[in-house]
Structures are given as structure tokens and as C-alpha cells.
Ligand binder design. Structure first.
Ligand code: PHE
Ligand code: ZN
Length: 889
């Protein structure tokens, strides 16, 4: 009997949640690993739960596997099979259930369940992969103690890993061996993992602040051991940080990270056995960029932090996904901020915040405005894999951050403590978390407005915050009026006001911070106004100023779109003087955006002296971090610009942004040159905050200098591709050449490919760089097709597929959107090809056309045509179908 993967589209609803009828208190799993036929034997101790009817059936999920045997208390019994579920009736109150299944790991191209990569076995069970291994109630509220035996050929698979503690390792007959693992913590099946293969590890014993010692291991393929130091260091820092900031210690003797090159996502927090995409583990100065180093630090932190927020306390159901993801993203953001601040001072914290907000506003705001808009706690889905989104992750993190803003850092810690006190070892809901925060801080604005605050979980869409101010010099007051609106989104209309914390300061005409008095209370120079109604006014008293410039939403205190009719003069004032570095950056972004939008509308791009002078002043300010300058001088991205428009012509946006860069290159040439000359490296490569910031700014200067097209510069940059002593600088040089399309680009690319042919992650960059190159000559799509014919291209490898297909269809709007629709036809082809191999990855590529309705007519019609083509294909997975149906709805 083989269960078929393609069940008809079924909608799962939060409102229909019912608790499970049976618990599986413990399970013994035995795997006889074999690429073509892996036998999985499972022996479960099952118990009917209190409150369940005696007649309650036990429902097990199973997908794409062959059932060999099923026994209840040692006897074969009858069962019903219905699509991908198997139902058992007439069960005793407690019993032993034994099931044996057959898996074919070598045929598993979806990379969910048990699969092979580079000749080794790996599992991926979140969200619903365990059912592709054995029959099981595959839902996170069934938590069990796992005892696991792994058997495999010893020569081919010398390393056999699973969750928890290693109990024994024994040699068996026929060249096979066996490892037994026991995880002392009950967990849902989505946190189960195994690895079997020929791997090596870097290991280190650490003594935690608690006094306990732990064995830390990072497993990789034999040639990659020299790229594991940064991941190990990041793990050690994460362990120390969670103890220090949240009092949370590592609860296992052994903690393992395993790198795999074929992986659908970034990484996975399986208990004690995190499995990572190689992209987030492997780094050395010769192969990884500063951005890679950063990504590793934050993802290693993220997965480690899940050990408490995700594993010890997990989700009751998948609608609660943000309970663990939003909270854990918040925690990894705080981790990165604290580490940056420790080495780069407080301004480094702002740099990290700006980077996070940029991601949020590009990816999440557009999601919230499109066909996939959903609340942080979604209400329905067809394929849960489609809801690992920027909304659940990044907006979810903002919701947690707002709680911290409302209760303070110390109050937040109290709320976390209470959350663990109440729910450790359980599968719970977003409501449980919010309630803990409120109960631990009974006098806070959060507790006072909890019900309204929780609308952040239930209402989709990005709120707009409309602000206006009025100065009354006679009364010495400044009245700030805040009003909020929340747009309708698919299936949600008529929304209620949310609770919006608005961190605010006021500047006088000289740029000094005004003391803030509200209702007779001294609020210092920065305060958090809490908007809870549709509209409220806040009257600042004792204002002695002839002009007031409000600095609103400091640090981006809420995930909203701020509408305030700032004049250029006010923005220049904020850019020069605001005490809040985030808002200085934001002022520059607004100034740049308005100039870009004028150019998109067709006005001549005319960068005025005050604007250019302000940018120059920033570049010349010795007190500002290079990393901050780099962010400030980087114009808003094309996708973000597109979101500001009613109707979008992507190539036109690209041209406007490109024109702006060219003018900035010319007008600031002197400064770029000075930066290039002065930001020379100090000593050998180190990925620390300060060094990375200097490299980032120097490489931005280099990119602008290349824009000017001078042969000397292009020659110099080509030389850097040859002899840079680290990948950050080497790749920046290559990118500068590719971007301008200079004659030297071809030899530079060839040289680079020859040098790094054996480094898959570097080759991913090489592919991505070319696929995201501007379309100088109308031939870009042909070049993308040529990249797919390159012997090193494989659509089966998610990283490689992403490096070409996503880089073109998603990250290169100026080239992908073509009035002749050829880009869309290519997209349709690739979505269908990928869907037959890996639906999760295909469904992500499908989202490249999310915003098709916003496109200018010529593009729109062609895009709709391409969507229809995909919709009509007979064999679409439920993952991809859900995305396409929503887009066309
Ligand atoms: N839970 C993982 C994380 O956020 C993401 C993931 C989801 C990985 C589904 C694999 C599959 O850290
Ligand atoms: Zn996560």
C-alpha cells in the first residue's frame, strides 16, 4: 500500500482545532538505513487521553511511504485508510502500537522526510515530514520520548546521529553497525532528526556559567573542517548569551550541528541535533563574505535559541508557528545587536536594527499588501510550508519587540520567566505567551490593552500611522495627532485599531532635543506614546521653541508605515541632528525615495545641493560608523520603491535607481575617492563589526567609482578580483565589474570560476551574481538560460536553483519583467519543472509573481497569462497550487 502525495486541496482552519485523543508517551524507533529501502520500525506506548471518548479513533498520518506491518498489542488488526491518513478504531485505553514502513531515501527529491545528500542520510521533519518516514499523529501537540536505534553499513555511514544522548555504539554482522540514542525530553515528531554518513566534526567541550560541561560538535564533509570555526564560536557565544540575558541554560550534555548542502530552508532546530544548510555553517575568509559570517552567527544563534523557544515550549498547532518563530527571530536579532554593540558600541546596535527593518519593509510589507497577506497567526492554510513567511517570522518578531517596548527590558525578562514557569514541556499558543507577558507586568500598557494588542496576531495588513503636529507658541504646547488605518486584505475587512507604540522625540530649530512634558510629567527627551484608538492627540507642554520637528517611530518602534508630511528641510534637519540614529537613516531614505519617485514619474533626476551636501556631511563625519554610512548611502531597493507606487513598471524603477547611483557617483566622486584611499584594511581579515563596516563602505565607494567608467578604475578592480585576500573584497570587485558590464567582466568571471570550481557555496554566489545582473542589452534572459546549461547547474540542489532562478525572477525585477512576457514564460516553465521535484522550493519561486496586479498593463497581462499556464497544469502540488490560486483570486 502506498499513500499518494497528491491529496485534493483541503483547507485546514484554526477554528477547527481539536485536541488529540491519544498520547504517545514514548516511542522506540529503529532504522535500517539503506538508500533504496530503509525499513523503519516504530514501537509506541499509546494512551487514550482524559476527555476523549472511548470510541475515539486514533488517526495517523502517512505520505509517500509503504506500510509493511501494523500491530496493536502484538496482534494484526483492521484499520481504515483514507487518503494520507490511517485510522484505528476500537482501541483499548493503553496499548502498544507497532508499525513498520519502507522509505526510499534515494528517491526523495522533496527533501522532506528521510532523504540523501552527497551520499549521506538526513531527515527534515518540520512541518509535516515525519509522516513521510512512518505513520504517526503528525501534529506538534503530541509529544513523546524518543529512543532511536540506527543501523547502517559502517564503512559508508560511519557516523550515526540522532537527538539527545548517545547510549551505545555496536558493530553488527555484515559490516553494519548500530548506534542507540535517547532523548530525555519529550518532543513533537517535527523535532526528530537523524543523520547517517561519512562526516567529520570539530568538537569542543565548554563549561557553561551554570557549571555544567557540554560537548559541542559541528559535523561537515571531510574537506570542510577548516570552515567550521566561526559556527563553533557563534554557538559558544549563543550559549553564553542565553544564560546571561534570559537565564536559559543548555539542557543537554551534547549539542550537535550538522551541515548539509541540499536543504530547503536555512536550518532546523531538531532537539540537540540542529541540521543546517551549509550556507549557514561553512565559512573561512577565502570563501565567505562578511554577510555570510553575519548570517552564520544569527542562524546558529536562532536555532540554538529554539532549544527553549520552540523545543522546550513548542506550538500547539501550526497556526501558532509565530509563537516559536517570531519569538526566536526576536531573540536572534537581540543576540546580534548585543554582540555588535559589545564590539562596535551602541551605534552598532542601530546598524543591526536598520538591517532588520530593511528586510521587514522589503519582504514583509509587500507580502502584507499582496495576495498572500495573512495574520501573524494565520487562520487557514492548504500547505503549512507556505506559511514560513516574512509575516510569521519578521512581523512576528516585531510583535514581540513591541511587547518589550511596552513592558521594558526588565519586564520582558519577567514575562519570559513566567512563560517558562507556566508552560515548560508543553505545546501552547500565542495567547499563552502574550498572557504571560501581561501577567508578569500587570501595570504596563500591555496588560492594560492586552485584548487590543493581540490584534497584531489576528489582523493582517500593515497599519498606516498618520501623524500631524501643531505648535502653539503662545500656549507653549506642541500637539501631536496620531491616527491609524488598517487596509482590507484578502478575506479580512473592517478591522479594529491596534496598539501602536510610537517612540517620539522633538527637535528644536537648532537640532537640540526638547524636554518632553506630558500631563505634567517629565518624560526626558524620548518617550513612547501608545496609540490605542483610531485617533488620539498628545499635548507636549512647556515647549519653548519657535519650530519643532518631530522624530517619530524612533528605532522603528512599530511595524507600520509612517505618514507625516515631512518637508525636505525637516528631513535634512533630522538627518543632521536626530539623537536617534535609526531616524537619521530614515530621513535620508525618505529624501532619496522622493527623488527616486520623481524620476520614476519621468521628471529629470536633479539632485539638489542641500541633499548632496547632507550626504557629503555624513560621509565626512568622523563620528559616524562606516557601516552606518554605507547603509545611509544605499538607496532604497527596487522592490521597496515599487511598493510606494500604484502602478509599477519595474525596468523603469531600475533605470531611475541606476541613474541616481550614477549621479551620486559623479557628484560625490571626491569623497568616494577619499574613502577608498583612507579605509584601507588594518591587518589581516577579521569579520568583526568595525572591520566589516570599513570594507562595506570602501566597497560601496569602489562600486560608485566603477560607475564612472574610467579604465584605470576598472583595471584596478579587475586586479582585486585576482588578488584580494578575502572573499568579501574579491566578490565586491567582481560584482562591481558585472554591474557595469565592463569588458573585463568576462575574464574576471572565468578566472573566478576556475579558482572556486570546487567550492559549492562560492559557485552559488557566482551563479547568483550573473543571474541578478542588470539587463544592459536585452540578452539577460538568454544568459540566465545559459547559466542553467552550465555543467555545475542542478535544479535538484535548492541552493543552486535559488542562485539562478530566484536571483533572476525575484532579485532582478528590472530584467525579469519584460513587456514581451518572456521572463514570465520562463518563470512558468521553471515553477512547473521545480514543482515536480521539490514543491516547497517551487512554491517559493511561484511567489515571484505575487504582486502582478500592481504591474503596468503590458506586464500585467503577460503575468496573468503565465499564472494561468501554471494553474492549468494537471499535476501541481498543493503547495504551489495554493500560491497560484491566491495570486489569481
Ligand atoms: N524551523 C526552522 C527555523 O526557523 C525553519 C524550517 C522550517 C526549516 C521548515 C526546515 C523546514 O529555524
Ligand atoms: Zn526558527
Amino acid at each position: 500500500m502506498t499513500a499518494k502525495p497528491d491529496t485534493p486541496a483541503r483547507i485546514i482552519r484554526l477554528a477547527e482545532y481539536t485536541p488529540p485523543s491519544y498520547a504517545i508517551d514514548s516511542v522506540h524507533l529503529r532504522f535500517d538505513l539503506d538508500p533504496a529501502k530503509t525499513r523503519v520500525h516504530s514501537r509506541m506506548a499509546v494512551r487514550r487521553l482524559e476527555g476523549a471518548a472511548e470510541s475515539a479513533p486514533l488517526v495517523l498520518d502517512g505520505e509517500d511511504i509503504t506500510l509493511l506491518t501494523l500491530k496493536v498489542n502484538g496482534e494484526f488488526v483492521a484499520f481504515r485508510q483514507d487518503g494520507n491518513t490511517l485510522v484505528l478504531d476500537k482501541l483499548p485505553e493503553t496499548f502498544t502500537l507497532e508499525i513498520e514502513t519502507l522509505n526510499v531515501p534515494q528517491a526523495n527529491t522533496q527533501l522532506a522526510g528521510l532523504y540523501m545528500s552527497g551520499g549521506a542520510f538526513f531527515t527534515q521533519c518540520e512541518a509535516e515530514g515525519f509522516r513521510r518516514i512512518t505513520y504517526w499523529p503528525d501534529r506538534p501537540d503530541v509529544m513523546s520520548r524518543f529512543h532511536v536505534t540506527l543501523r547502517a553499513d559502517k564503512a559508508q555511514y560511519p557516523v550515526l546521529l540522532s537527538n539527545g544522548n548517545l547510549v551505545s555504539q555496536t558493530d553488527l554482522d555484515g559490516g553494519r553497525h548500530e548506534a542507540v540514542w535517547d532523548d530525555p525530553f519529550p518532543k513533537p515528531c517535527y523535532l526528530f532528526a537523524l543523520v547517517g554518513g561519512n562526516l567529520v566534526c570539530r568538537e569542543q567541550t565548554v563549561r557553561a556559567a551554570s557549571g555544567k560541561t557540554h560537548l559541542l560538535q559541528v559535523y561537515v564533509r571531510a574537506g570542510d573542517l577548516d570552515k567550521t570555526e566561526h559556527a563553533m564560536e557563534s554557538l559558544i557565544k549563543a550559549i553564553a548569551w542565553d544564560e546571561q540575558r534570559f537565564g536559559l541554560s543548555l539542557d543537554l550534555d551534547r549539542f550537535m550541528i550538522v551541515a548539509v548542502s541540499d536543504f530547503n530552508m536555512g536550518a532546523m532546530e531538531n532537539k540537540g541535533l540542529n541540521i543546517f544548510n551549509t550556507k549557514y555553517v561553512l565559512a573561512n575568509p577565502a570563501t565567505a563574505t562578511d554577510a555570510d559570517y553575519d548570517g552564520i552567527e544569527s542562524v546558529v544563534g536562532h536555532e540554538y535559541f529554539h532549544n527553549w523557544t520552540g523545543d522546550r515550549i513548542t506550538c500547539r498547532d501550526w497556526f501558532q508557528l509565530s509563537l516559536k518563530e517570531g519569538l526566536t527571530v526576536f531573540r536572534d536579532q537581540e543576540f546580534s545587536q548585543d554582540l555588535a554593540a559589545a564590539s562596535g558600541g551602541e551605534s552598532a546596535r542601530a546598524v543591526k536594527r536598520i538591517e532588520d527593518v530593511r528586510v521587514l519593509r522589503t519582504a514583509q510589507f509587500s507580502e502584507d499588501a499582496g495576495p498572500m497577506a495573512h495574520p501573524v497567526r494565520p487562520e487557514q492554510y492548504q500547505a503549512i510550508d507556505n506559511f514560513y513567511t516574512a509575516t510569521v517570522y519578521e512581523k512576528g518578531a516585531e510583535v514581540v519587540r513591541m511587547m518589550q517596548t511596552l513592558v521594558g527590558r526588565a519586564g520582558f525578562r519577567k514575562g519570559m520567566d513566567l512563560y517558562f514557569q507556566r508552560f515548560d514541556g508543553q505545546a501552547v499558543t500565542c495567547d499563552d505567551f502574550a498572557q504571560s507577558m501581561a501577567d508578569a507586568n500587570p501595570d504596563s500598557a500591555l496588560a492594560q490593552h492586552l485584548a487590543a494588542f493581540k490584534r497584531w496576531y489576528s489582523q493582517a495588513g500593515t497599519p498606516r500611522l498618520h501623524a500631524s503636529g501643531a505648535l502653539d507658541t503662545a500656549a507653549r504646547t506642541y500637539t501631536l495627532t496620531l491616527r491609524q488605518t488598517l487596509p482590507d486584505t484578502p478575506v479580512q475587512t473592517g478591522k479594529q485599531p491596534q496598539v501602536i507604540p510610537v517612540a517620539t522625540g522633538l527637535l528644536d530649530a537648532r537640532g537640540n532635543a526638547l524636554p518632553l512634558w506630558l500631563q505634567g510629567q517629565d518624560k526626558g527627551t524620548s518617550t513612547v506614546l501608545v496609540l490605542t484608538e483610531d485617533q488620539q492627540t498628545f499635548v507636549f507642554e512647556q515647549i519653548d521653541a519657535h519650530a519643532v520637528t518631530p522624530s517619530l517611530l524612533r528605532g522603528f518602534s512599530a511595524p507600520v508605515i509612517l505618514d507625516y508630511a515631512y518637508t525636505d528641510a525637516e528631513l535634512l534637519h533630522l538627518l543632521a541632528h536626530d539623537a536617534d540614529p535609526f531616524n537619521r537613516w530614515e530621513a535620508a531614505q525618505r529624501l532619496t525615495l522622493s527623488r527616486l519617485l520623481a524620476a520614476v514619474r519621468g521628471e529629470a533626476l536633479n539632485l539638489d545641493a542641500p541633499y548632496l551636501d547632507a550626504l557629503r556631511a555624513v560621509l565626512r563625519d568622523p563620528k559616524l560608523d562606516p557601516a552606518f554610512k554605507e547603509l545611509l548611502l544605499t538607496p532604497p531597493g527596487e522592490a521597496y520603491i515599487a511598493e510606494q507606487l500604484e502602478e509599477v513598471d519595474p525596468p523603469r524603477i531600475h533605470r531611475a535607481r541606476q541613474a541616481l547611483r550614477t549621479v551620486l557617483a559623479r557628484e560625490l566622486a571626491q569623497d568616494w575617492q577619499t574613502l577608498w584611499d583612507t579605509l584601507t584594511p588594518e591587518g589581516g581579515y577579521s569579520p568583526d563589526f568595525a572591520s566589516a563596516g570599513r570594507r562595506a563602505l570602501r566597497n560601496l565607494a569602489q562600486a560608485h567609482l566603477c560607475e564612472l567608467g574610467q579604465a584605470t578604475w576598472l583595471g584596478r578592480v579587475y586586479q582585486r578580483v585576482k588578488d584580494a585576500d578575502n572573499m568579501t573584497d574579491r566578490f565586491a570587485a567582481l560584482a562591481a565589474l558585472v554591474h557595469v558590464g565592463a569588458d573585463l567582466t568576462k575574464p574576471a568571471l572565468e578566472r573566478f570560476a576556475a579558482q572556486f570550481a570546487g567550492e559549492a557555496l562560492v559557485m552559488d554566489k557566482w551563479f547568483a551574481l550573473q543571474a541578478s545582473a542588470p539587463d544592459h542589452d536585452g540578452q539577460q534572459l538568454d544568459r540566465v538560460r545559459a547559466l542553467m546549461r552550465h555543467p555545475a547547474f542542478s535544479i535538484h540542489s535548492p541552493n543552486r536553483a535559488r542562485s539562478v532562478l530566484f536571483a533572476y525572477c525575484q532579485a532582478n525585477p528590472g530584467a525579469f519583467h519584460r513587456a514581451d512576457g518572456a521572463g514570465y514564460a520562463f518563470w512558468a516553465e521553471q515553477v512547473q519543472a521545480l514543482d515536480a521535484i521539490n514543491p516547497q522550493v517551487a512554491a517559493r519561486l511561484a511567489r515571484a509573481l505575487d504582486r502582478w496586479r500592481k504591474l503596468a498593463p503590458a506586464y500585467r497581462e503577460a503575468a496573468q497569462q503565465a499564472l494561468r499556464t501554471v494553474a492549468e497544469s494537471a499535476t501541481l502540488s498543493s503547495d504551489t497550487r495554493e500560491i497560484i490560486e491566491r495570486a489569481l483570486a
